[in-house]
Design a protein around this ligand. Structure first.
Ligand SMILES: NC(=O)c1ccc[n+]([C@@H]2O[C@H](COP(=O)([O-])OP(=O)(O)OC[C@H]3O[C@@H](n4cnc5c(N)ncnc54)[C@H](OP(=O)(O)O)[C@@H]3O)[C@@H](O)[C@H]2O)c1
Length: 251
């Protein structure tokens, strides 16, 4: 269990913190004493995350960011350092899911999901790593998916981006291993968020029936795992893919 103020005075950046796993992670970082930068495209939801952190006695700011845009990600990291002076942790959770047979996937949908999920993680790493290199420390946690490990009908472009994120994480971890920076990835199964609400109930029932525990996870469980990976307790863990999916990938 993490100490309650384990990250006092540290700076944590969370993309996709306007809802779901990213929001739960932003709240958890704040609860642990970190100053939190909340990133996402939706202004009202971003302000709401900041409000909830403030209400609980934490400190956060929202920076409106589209992670698929290079200049916006560069600005996000620059502003974080300008305002808070450093970057200790980053959780790159921003992502979109478009499901459907690969033969039915349009070029527009393909490009959109690749740009947000895969290019977005690459851009985040590209701008977060140099700051951590200068500090000679930092921890990054990317959010992939069980769809990046196990094939399934309808995963097509989504699964491809998540497999790409796992690969990118390993490369980044190797490139940073001697620089005091650890980089890991979490691959969740079904988690109760807005994204899961878009999955048709028949497909969700099918997914759950294939899960040994048969349970839908909570965003807070993923958040706690991300914080643990950032903690000193996980000091020897880098390039690891932490699977949180009720045993689905173990079959
Ligand atoms: N829920 C699940 O079952 C599940 C399972 C495995 C993996 N995941 C992964 O977990 C991550 C978080 O998803 P979630 O379940 O928490 O769903 P969610 O509640 O829909 O959250 C997705 C987040 O990504 C942000 N986002 C989307 N496009 C973005 C863009 N272009 N730029 C910046 N932010 C963007 C959204 O914010 P804005 O709309 O404000 O931009 C939102 O905060 C995703 O990477 C997802 O693939 C989820």
């Amino acid at each position: 269990m993490l100490g309650s103020r384990e990250f006092e005075g540290k700076v944590a950046l969370v993309t996709g913190a306007t809802s779901g796993i990213g929001k739960a992670t932003a709240l958890a970082f704040a609860q642990s004493g970190a100053l939190v930068v909340v990133a996402g495209r939706r202004l009202i939801e971003g302000q709401q995350t900041v409000h909830e952190i403030s209400e609980r006695g934490g400190e956060a700011m929202f920076i409106k960011t589209d992670v698929s845009k290079a200049t916006e990600v560069e600005d996000l990291v620059d502003k974080t350092v300008e305002i808070y002076g450093r970057l200790d942790f980053a959780c790159n959770s921003a992502g979109v899911g478009i499901m459907g047979a690969l033969t039915e996937c349009s070029e527009t949908d393909w490009d959109y999901v690749i740009n947000v999920n895969l290019k977005g993680i690459w851009l985040s790493l590209k701008h977060e790593i140099p700051v951590m290199m200068r500090q000679k420390n930092g921890v990054i946690v990317n959010i992939a998916s069980v769809a990046g490990i196990v094939g399934g009908p309808g995963f097509s472009v989504y699964g491809a981006t998540k497999a790409g994120i796992i690969s990118l994480t390993k490369t980044a971890a190797m490139e940073c291993a001697k620089s005091g920076i650890r980089i890991n990835v979490i691959s969740p199964g079904p988690i109760k968020t807005e994204m899961l609400d878009t999955v048709p109930s028949t497909q969700l029932d099918l997914m759950l029936s294939a899960h040994p525990t048969g349970k839908i996870g909570k965003p807070e469980e993923v958040a706690q795992a991300a914080l643990w990976l950032c903690s000193n307790t996980a000091a020897s863990i880098t390039g690891h893919n932490l699977i949180i999916n009720g045993g689905y990938a173990a079959q």
